[in-house]
Design a protein around this ligand. Structure first.
Ligand code: TYM
Length: 323
């Protein structure tokens, strides 16, 4: 089974990225064929500072490696190192209805927030479909916010296969209920662009400020605390197994729990959980030559895999006029 997913280097990676996608990908590498990439072409739709894009791409690569992505067991690359993906995007554009893209929430949400409505932002889901179809991705681990984009990718694959004959694997989203929408410090979905994110590799001071600033309700200390929709409960639960989650629930419904104390506890849990990865990251960031070599090898492997589907698609639409 070919498992594939990508992530934008458009800001520091956060707990939503980690539990919604990164950790799940890393777990899959043990017994699946894993394809994992940093989508810097996608990030171009919203990041207009070249130096920032370069730095964030490098850092996101380091984050993934530090968190345990094994470039020997998987195919791991940076999107722009496999430019075939833009070629396929153009081919797929011609079987993509305007209505399909016009209905996409991500485009509507971003433009509503004042992000200029450029064509890249509008065509974003077609590039994403190309990311998946170019490598025959079967299972795509994502958070819930990407569900609609996956539907678009499926739709494009089906339309292409209908029009030109069986060419692409039709992908399926893989969304894990417990991690589908990790809340941010304000209770909305955690996002790089909402300012509500808890960064995986934030320094201790920044992390403390974020955790202590998590929104809470005003239930008095001597009363039971609500569990449903409680940001502290949901964030703490990310780090607990079912048994410990039950114990946490007990603490919430027992009067006396102080949110301030709980925040300190959560801070300690997060800090400790990522401690070994933080150490690993420090080493990796310093070894730029290793990182660049690793990405080059990853790109070579990815280009080989891409050639199979791209050639097939070009043949089926008739671009191989010499044959
Ligand atoms: P991106 O970069 O916004 O997010 C990367 C992954 O993290 C998940 N995620 C979350 N999951 C749970 N709770 C949250 N608060 C949360 N925030 C982010 C996202 O759902 C995603 O899985 N368009 C994609 C990148 C992409 C892609 C692809 C994904 C490009 N090509 C091909 C899969 C296959 C994106 O912007 O993700």
């Amino acid at each position: 089974m070919r498992v594939l997913s990508g992530i934008q280097p458009s800001g520091s990676l956060h707990l939503g990225n980690y539990f919604g996608m990164m950790k799940r990908m890393i777990d899959y590498q043990e017994n699946h064929e894993l394809f994992c990439f940093l989508v810097n072409y996608h990030a171009l739709t919203t990041v207009f500072d070249s130096e920032l894009l370069r730095r964030q791409t490098f850092e996101a690569v380091c984050d993934f490696l530090a968190l345990g992505l094994d470039p020997e067991k998987s195919v791991f690359w940076v999107q722009s190192d496999v430019p075939e993906v833009t070629e396929l995007t153009w081919i797929l554009s011609n079987v993509t209805g305007m209505g399909l893209l016009e209905r996409c929430h991500a485009f509507k949400d971003k433009t509503a927030k004042g992000i200029p409505a450029n064509h890249g932002l509008f065509a974003y889901p077609v590039l994403m479909a190309a990311d998946i179809l170019l490598f025959g991705g079967e299972k795509v681990p994502v958070g819930k916010d990407q569900k609609q984009h996956l539907e678009v990718a499926k739709d494009i694959a089906l339309r292409f296969n209908n029009a030109y004959g069986e060419t692409f694997v039709v992908p399926e989203p893989d969304i894990e209920e417990d991690f589908a929408v990790v809340p941010g410090t304000d209770g909305q979905k955690m996002s790089k662009s909402y300012g509500n994110n808890i960064e995986i590799f934030a320094d201790e001071k920044t992390l403390k400020k974020k955790i202590m600033g998590i929104m809470t309700d005003s239930t008095p200390v001597d009363q039971p605390k609500p569990v449903e929709g409680n940001i502290l409960f949901d964030l703490y639960s990310l780090f607990l197994d079912d048994k410990d989650k039950e114990k946490l629930k007990e603490r919430f419904i027992t009067p006396g729990l102080k949110y301030g104390d709980l925040k300190k506890e959560i801070l300690a849990v997060i800090w400790e959980y990522f401690a070994p990865y933080r150490q690993e990251r420090e080493k990796i960031v310093r070894d730029k030559a290793y990182v660049l070599k690793t990405m080059q090898k990853g790109a070579n492997k990815a280009r080989q895999a891409a050639a199979v589907y791209l050639e097939k698609a070009k043949h089926n639409v008739g671009l191989d006029y010499r044959s």
